[in-house]
Every structure is written in structure tokens, then in C-alpha cells.
Design a protein around this ligand. Structure first.
Ligand code: SF4
Ligand code: SF4
Length: 63
């Protein structure tokens, strides 16, 4: 599957701010915003999907 043209989307309405995705990302592509929610630094993201698998509330998807 080729995800290179997709971007990580985080649904802040579902996110419980556990920061598990930030810890799981092998490329440090997720950071916490001032509001406390994670966001993806697209230039660092390899679309590996690790953050999607770790999220306990399925708040992360590929767009
Ligand atoms: S898809 Fe992979 S590289 Fe991109 S933010 Fe998620 S864990 Fe990090
Ligand atoms: S793993 Fe899911 S619930 Fe936890 S901070 Fe990331 S997006 Fe939010």
C-alpha cells in the first residue's frame, strides 16, 4: 500500500490527549500543540501507520 500522498489527520473531538502517538512515532513527526492535541509534521512523517495503531480511541487516520 502506498500512503506517500496521504496526510495524518487527528480528530481532536475524539483525542483524549494520552500522547501515546507522540511517544510511538519513530520519526518524531508528532508534536503537541498549545491546546494539548497532537499534530503531524508532514515533512518528518513516513506514513508508517504506527500512530494509527497505537491510538486507543481511533482518533488518527490517513486522509
Ligand atoms: S504515520 Fe508514522 S511517521 Fe507518521 S506521524 Fe504516524 S507514527 Fe509518525
Ligand atoms: S494516541 Fe490518540 S488519543 Fe492519544 S494523543 Fe494520540 S491521537 Fe490523542
Amino acid at each position: 500500500m502506498n500512503n506517500r500522498d496521504k496526510v495524518i489527520t487527528i480528530d481532536v473531538g475524539e483525542c483524549v490527549q494520552c500522547e501515546g502517538c507522540v511517544e510511538q512515532c519513530p520519526h518524531n513527526a508528532l508534536e503537541i500543540s498549545a491546546g494539548g492535541y497532537p499534530f503531524c509534521v508532514e515533512s518528518l512523517c513516513t506514513r508508517c501507520g504506527a500512530c494509527i495503531e497505537i491510538c486507543p480511541v481511533l482518533a488518527i487516520s490517513f486522509e
